[in-house]
Every structure is written in C-alpha cells, then in structure tokens.
Design a protein around this ligand. Structure first.
Ligand code: DAH
Length: 476
C-alpha cells in the first residue's frame, strides 16, 4: 500500500520504520528513487505516528467462511514470450496454463500482444510483465488470494446484505486519466514517472492501483462496490515486492438521509462508519487483534487513515482508506453525497494469514504449494517444503545520472525471472571525482530445485551485459 501515500514533493519524509536496520539503509535510498517507500504518505503522520488516534481490543469472531459463488473463471492465457520462458525456472505449465492464444480477453476487452508491447518510445512494459496479464490469481477459489478475496466478499455480503457490487475482471489496461487524474493524483506526483509505472504509451498504463476504477464506477451509478484486480508497479526485488500484485478497492456512497438523523456532520458520520466497517473486516480476517488508526495522506481521500493491527508481535499495516475527496464525487455527478473508500493489498495480508514467506510463491505452479490451499479455508498455514540454498552474486558499477534501482531490478527480472530472490545495495560511495559506485548483491534461489553454478554464472553474465548496455553504467 506504500505506493500512493507519498505526498507530492515529499518523498524524503521520514516515516515509521518497520524493517530491519539492514533494510532501512536501502529503503532510505529507495525513498529518494521510488514511490515504494510510502509514496502517498503522510504530512499528518509525523505528528501522529506513534500516538494512536484509537487503540481497540476486540473479541474474537468466527473465521468460518461461506464459500462464494464466483463468476465463472474465464481467463485466457498469455502468450509465450522469449524472456518469460528464459525467466522462469520451469516453463509455467500445467493446470493454470491454457494453450497459448493469439489474444487475451481481459474484462471483455480483447488484447493482442502488440497492444501492450507497443513499439512506442514511452513503452516500458517487458515481456515478463506481459506474461502475467490474464493470470488473475485472485479469481482462483483454491489460491490463497482467491480464498482471501472470497473471505472479504463474505464479510461485506453478511454485514451489508449483499449490497456491494463486485468487480474482479476489469481490464488492467487503463488510461493515464483513470489511473491518476480521475483520482486527483497531482500532475507532478512521483507515482506518474516511467520509473515507477508501466506505460503502454504516453496515455495508457497498466493500472498501478485498483483506485483507477473508482471514478468510472461512480459515474456508472454504483454506490457500493468492491474492485479486485492485478496491479502493476516497477519495483525492487525482495520477499515482499513483486511487480505484479493484487489489490481490493472498496467504495460506499452515502446520501443526506443516511447522516441526517445522526446529528453528526456528514464527514464525521462517514469516517465513523468507515472505521467500524473496516475494524469489523480486520476482526473477520484476523480474529481478536489490537488495532490502531494512523492519520495519513492519499490524494483521493480527506481525511485519510491507515488501519494497523498488532499481529504476531508486530504492527502490520492492513489497508489505507478515507473519506472520498468531494471533487471526485462532484465529477461523477454526485453533488449531494459523501463517500468512503479503502484499498488493501491482498498479498500483504495473505502472506501473514497463510504464513507464506515469499511473494514469488503466489505464482508457483508447484503442487507442493498449490495443493496446500482449499476453497473457503482462510488461514491454513503454509508448510514450507525444502528450501534450496541461495546463491549470491555481486555486481559493482559506476552509476550514471539516469540510473535507478527499479531499472536494475527490471533487468534482473528479465534475465532471472522468479529465480531472483533479492537485490540489495550493499555498498555505495562517491569518489573524489564525484563518481558514485554502487555494489548490488543479487540472491538467486529457486523455490523448487537446486540451481547449478553453471546456470547462475550464465544468468549473472547476462545481467552484467544488460546492466552495462541498457543502464548506461560502467562495470567495475
Ligand atoms: N490506491 C492506494 C494505493 O495503492 C490504496 C488506497 C488508499 C485506496 C486509500 C483507497 C483509499 O481507495 O481510500 O496505495
């Protein structure tokens, strides 16, 4: 959820540190480069970071789940692509792959490979990302992401008498207007950069959040809705970051009669309802947990909050939310209404609920992974199968002005695919001539088999070549 929180011009804001010291060092740097470390975060958080607006302890509620009658699963499978094939340690096979088709159908939109991998100077979508289109992990009832999605649906259906319309098949190709302008992301916001977002052309992106669908659905008259989908962000490589992940967006619109009787002003009424609703959701998913609300910043809501829960000895950010900016409603023709919205990352929650240690596992077709999860069973604990040893390789170079860590990670993913476990900056210095050197340690590891020295050396050789030719750096 970090991405959309950084207010414009304040990517250096210091925010709560949640990672290990080793990680923090890198994060500090990444804040400068990417939106990942709290892009849409927090002018007000500074003041409130550790003061809890609200700390509550709830009693445990049932975690039993009703199985949800989902729409039929109709995904067309991606094209084979040279680098995708290179990238994966086994060609994705079996169950979840269907024969290669000549066109994808996403949310009723037919998409050809050329529509996404355009010959356009602004296009920065690699084959490896294209290969993920249409996978729709969130629509698989036996996949942890599908199980979690269904559990959230169940909560809303039960507590809001089936009032929420559900969308989980909207096309991930959206306009820049939908992804950014319609949700009031400022023109100079770092999230719009080519370094952070996948552009198909200058006017079209792979959505970087499900908020991209808010305005359109409001315009179409929906007043209660949940949107689940795959979202795409150029990002670093580690156990919790993957350039494709899944989010769920929720929106509820209120009318004057809803708040009239309460005596409260509309914004307070709606904010209160939002908090109650989401605290209930957190209890539904996590049981009796301590929770706290943290004030934050999002371009599309005001006030904005994050919900955190105390789970397994740590504060865990569960979601971002707030009272929808009036301008968004106004533009959708809803002048007398007030609304709330929230967005949550499914992987982030599923990793905790199912104890899945590495985000790459969600994409695994290995039966030792897939067979562990059953429809309707939230929170089954993943049993790791043997962990193969990692292999570390370092690469050092003099960076150029245009160098970014996201670009490096893209090269590494292009070459090694899911064998790339982590890319970490381990050394960084500037010499007397003002030249800056970076040394990155790349951890290669398959979750399914042992890697040979030979293949790792080959991968590393290709990484070195591409780093030099594509990133305009000078190897040391
Ligand atoms: N779009 C935000 C993100 O990707 C998540 C989010 C936060 C969605 C607050 C919302 C919201 O609707 O109100 O980081």
């Amino acid at each position: 959820m970090g991405y959309l929180r950084i207010p414009p011009q304040s990517t250096n804001n210091s925010t709560k540190k949640k990672k290990s010291t080793k990680k923090q060092k890198i994060r500090v740097k990444r804040k400068i480069q990417t939106r990942d470390a709290k892009l849409f975060s927090v002018p007000t958080r500074m003041a409130t970071a550790f003061s809890f607006a609200q700390t509550v302890l709830f009693s445990k509620t049932s975690l039993s789940l009703r199985t949800n009658a989902l729409r039929s699963l109709t995904f067309c499978l991606p094209f084979s692509s040279s680098s995708a094939a290179l990238a994966s340690d086994k060609p994705h096979s079996k169950k979840w792959r269907q024969p290669v088709t000549s066109a994808l159908e996403l949310g009723g939109v037919k998409i050809a490979k050329d529509d996404v991998l355009r010959d356009d100077p602004t296009n920065n979508v690699p084959d490896t990302i294209f290969a993920k289109l249409g996978m729709q992990l969130h629509r698989r009832d036996q996949h942890p992401l599908g199980i979690l999605k269904n559990a959230i649906y169940e909560y809303f259906d039960t507590n809001h008498s089936n009032k929420f319309d559900k969308f989980d098949d909207l096309c991930p190709l959206v306009s820049v207007k939908e992804n950014f302008d319609d949700v009031l992301v400022p023109a100079d916001h770092v999230s719009r950069s080519y370094n952070d977002t996948y552009y198909v052309d200058s006017q079209t992106v792979l959505r970087c959040h499900t908020s991209a669908h808010q305005a359109e659905l409001l315009r179409r008259g929906h007043t209660h809705f949940l949107v689940t989908g795959d979202v795409y962000r150029r990002d670093s490589i580690d156990s919790t970051h993957y350039p494709v992940f899944h989010q769920m967006e929720g929106v509820r619109v209120f009318s004057p009669e809803d708040w009239a009787a309460s005596g409260a002003d509309a914004t307070s009424y709606v904010a209160e309802d939002l908090k109650k609703c989401l605290e209930g959701l957190a209890r539904h998913l996590f049981g009796a947990v301590e929770m706290r609300w943290v004030d934050t910043y999002f371009p599309f809501t005001n006030p904005s909050f994050e919900l955190e829960i105390f789970f397994q000895e740590k504060w865990l950010e569960v979601l971002g939310c707030g009272v929808t900016e009036q301008e968004i409603l106004k533009r959708s023709g809803k002048t007398n209404n007030v609304a709330w919205a929230f967005g949550l990352g499914l992987e982030r929650l599923a990793m905790v609920l199912f104890e899945i240690p590495d985000i790459r596992l969600f994409w695994s077709t290995d039966e030792r992974f897939t067979s562990q999860f059953l429809k309707g069973q939230l929170g089954v604990k993943f049993k790791p199968y043997s962990k193969y040893p990692p292999c570390y390789k370092d690469v050092s170079f003099w960076i150029s002005e245009s160098f970014t860590e996201n670009n490096l990670c893209e090269v590494v993913r292009e070459v090694a695919g899911d064998l790339a476990e982590e890319v970490q900056l381990i050394d960084n210095f500037t010499n007397k001539k003002g030249m800056t050197s970076h040394c990155y340690r790349i951890a290669y590891r398959s979750m399914e088999r042992s890697l040979t020295d030979e293949e790792i050396n080959k991968l590393q050789g290709t990484v070195r070549e591409l780093v030099e030719s594509k990133l305009k750096v000078v190897l040391r």
